[in-house]
Design a binder for this molecule. Structure first.
Ligand code: C2E
Ligand code: CA
Ligand code: CA
Length: 511
């Protein structure tokens, strides 16, 4: 049966959807964490570059100060100036050597005293700074030379590369830091390289000094973002996995629910799978077809025709029974309206309703529309209310039954004798017919007690002036007994089983 049948989704699809639901928060959370890690690394690179830049500027301040103090001595004989040169080297922490220049010729050095070497201003970035890969005294050792010149005089002070690479190493730590001066650059290992800076793959940040002709670049090696995430975010990853599991579980449950009975029935309702079957109701005396009970069937695409007792309880529970009955009434009106000339009038059309219908007044409009599809007076619309489902007499139900009565709708108590409706109940709802349950009819000729009950019901109906319909008439004996006891209408396999509209209409019009 369709409502307990396995979901229409294949297990593979369900697993896939569950996996996607689980992966979604993990993947989106990881993407957010990745962006966050990238931002953090960017900030860190910027800070590191800034700090290194300030340190280099401080050192260059020191070196430049020495040059400034020595510049007035340029042109003086080396013997006179030499002491001042050495004093600067001794007093200034970062100054390694000092030199005097005249007419672009280095003529006096703190280290060698008299000296002779040509100075090419073009070697200096902006004429001021030159990052050298050592000199004849210390080859292959980085050296930063600061040049100050004024007319023919000049002073050169040098800063030991050891201090520079120390800064790159100590401030850089996890960060790659590079110092660039013109076309040369220095790495943390103290080596001077020529040419363009190598790109720093992650979070590269380059800062130019506003005071000296150098720049500092900071960044991280390839894969640093993932490494950073692995170091810093393990608790967040656990949380993401937790959310993933919860989301996967929700996805799974929602999929299961989406194939729940009410969902499946809603689909069926929209697909028009609930159709009316018609069982004839015959007149007690003439046995002429004088009405029909409309019985719902589910024309399921896979399961075939489904009996109402297998799905009606779900429909009542979910409230879907209201739109389902509406659809059934609309289909019945469209099918039987055009053949109403073939009716024995007034033709009884019984529609089963449930307690759910009595919670508001919607049913009145449905009945009005139903009646409007037929010639006035050609039918009796009989709403069958099962006795097994007691209806609370509230303001709403009173109004509902009043309005139904005004609209000309009849009320029948279905399955009478199986429930516990009292006489007050019968009066409260202004009942027109009682439908004797088939279990009593089946006992005719078999069980004396049931026959007594049956007789009492028939008697009661006569006293209350109610019409009687006997259900489940299967044998001639039952038929005769009921007719003898003036039961107005008979219904059962003896006269016709519930049948599709085409068969019913065909039989009706050819009678
Ligand atoms: P019900 O209202 O008492 O309907 C009569 C049931 O008795 C029908 O079963 C009918 O096929 C069956 N029946 C008729 N004559 C005989 C007979 O001579 N012998 C036997 N053994 N059975 C006979 P069906 O169509 O399977 O419907 C079962 C129940 O489902 C109905 O009982 C009614 O309570 C419910 N139902 C059917 N259609 C609807 C509907 O549109 N709305 C609601 N709320 N309930 C419906
Ligand atoms: Ca019924
Ligand atoms: Ca019944």
């Amino acid at each position: 049966m369709p409502l307990t049948a396995r979901s229409r989704r294949k297990p593979g699809t369900r697993i896939l959807v569950t996996l996607l639901c689980g992966l979604l928060p993990i993947l989106s959370g990881t993407a957010i964490l990745y962006l966050q890690a990238e931002r953090t690394l960017h900030q860190s690179a910027e800070q590191t570059a800034d700090e290194a830049l300030r340190q280099f500027e401080l050192m260059l301040d020191n070196t430049a100060q020495a040059a400034r103090e020595l510049l007035p001595l340029a042109g003086q004989p080396c013997d006179t100036a030499q002491l001042a040169l050495r004093e600067q080297v001794t007093r200034r922490p970062f100054v390694r050597s000092t030199n005097l220049v005249w007419d672009n010729n280095l003529y006096c050095s703190s280290l060698f005293g008299h000296f002779k070497e040509a100075v090419n201003p073009g070697d200096y970035t902006q004429g001021k700074l030159w990052l050298m890969n050592g000199n004849p005294v210390t080859p292959n050792t980085a050296l930063l030379v600061y040049r100050l010149s004024d007319g023919r005089s000049g002073a050169l002070t040098t800063l030991d590369g050891y201090h520079l690479s120390n800064i790159l190493r100590l401030i850089g730590r996890q960060t790659l830091l590079l110092l660039q001066v013109g076309n040369n650059w220095l790495s943390a290992d103290g080596k001077v390289h020529q040419g363009a800076l190598p790109p720093l793959p992650v979070a590269q940040s380059t800062l130019n000094s506003s005071r000296y002709a150098f720049s500092v670049s900071a960044g991280f090696p390839e894969g640093e973002v993932w490494r950073y995430m692995a170091d810093e975010y393990p608790p967040l990853f656990s949380l993401l996995i937790f959310f993933g599991a919860v989301s996967g579980a929700i996805g799974y449950i929602v999929q299961k629910r989406s194939t729940s009975p009410s969902h499946e029935m809603l689909r069926a309702l929209e697909a028009g799978e609930f159709i009316p079957y018609f069982q004839p109701v015959v007149h007690g005396d003439s046995k002429q077809w004088s009405g029909t009970e409309v019985l719902m069937r589910w024309n399921h695409p896979k399961e075939g025709l489904v009996r109402p007792d297998l799905f009606i309880p779900f429909a009542e529970h979910s409230g879907l029974i209201v739109p389902m009955t509406r659809s059934l009434m609309q289909q019945t009106a469209a099918l039987l309206g055009p053949v109403s000339p073939a009716f024995v009038t007034p033709f009884h059309i019984g529609i089963n309703i449930s307690a759910r219908h009595c919670q508001n007044l919607e049913l009145v409009q449905d009945c009005r529309e139903f009646l409007a599809a037929f010639e006035p007076g050609s039918i009796h619309l009989v709403l069958e209310l099962t006795e097994r489902e007691l209806i609370e007499p509230t303001d709403i139900t009173h109004r509902l039954f009043c309005e139904l009565r005004e609209a000309g709708v009849k009320i029948a108590i279905d399955d009478f004798g199986t429930g516990h409706s009292s006489l007050t109940y019968l009066r409260t709802f202004n009942v027109d017919f009682l439908k004797i349950d088939q279990s009593f009819v089946a006992m005719i000729g078999l069980d004396a007690l049931s026959r007594h009950i049956l007789d009492s019901i028939i008697e009661l109906c006569a006293k209350l002036d109610l019409g009687i319909v006997a259900e489940g008439v299967e044998t001639e004996e039952q038929s005769q007994y009921l007719t003898l006891h003036h039961v107005n209408f008979l219904q059962g396999y003896l006269y016709g089983k519930p049948m599709p509209a085409a068969d019913f209409i065909n039989a009706l019009t050819h009678r």
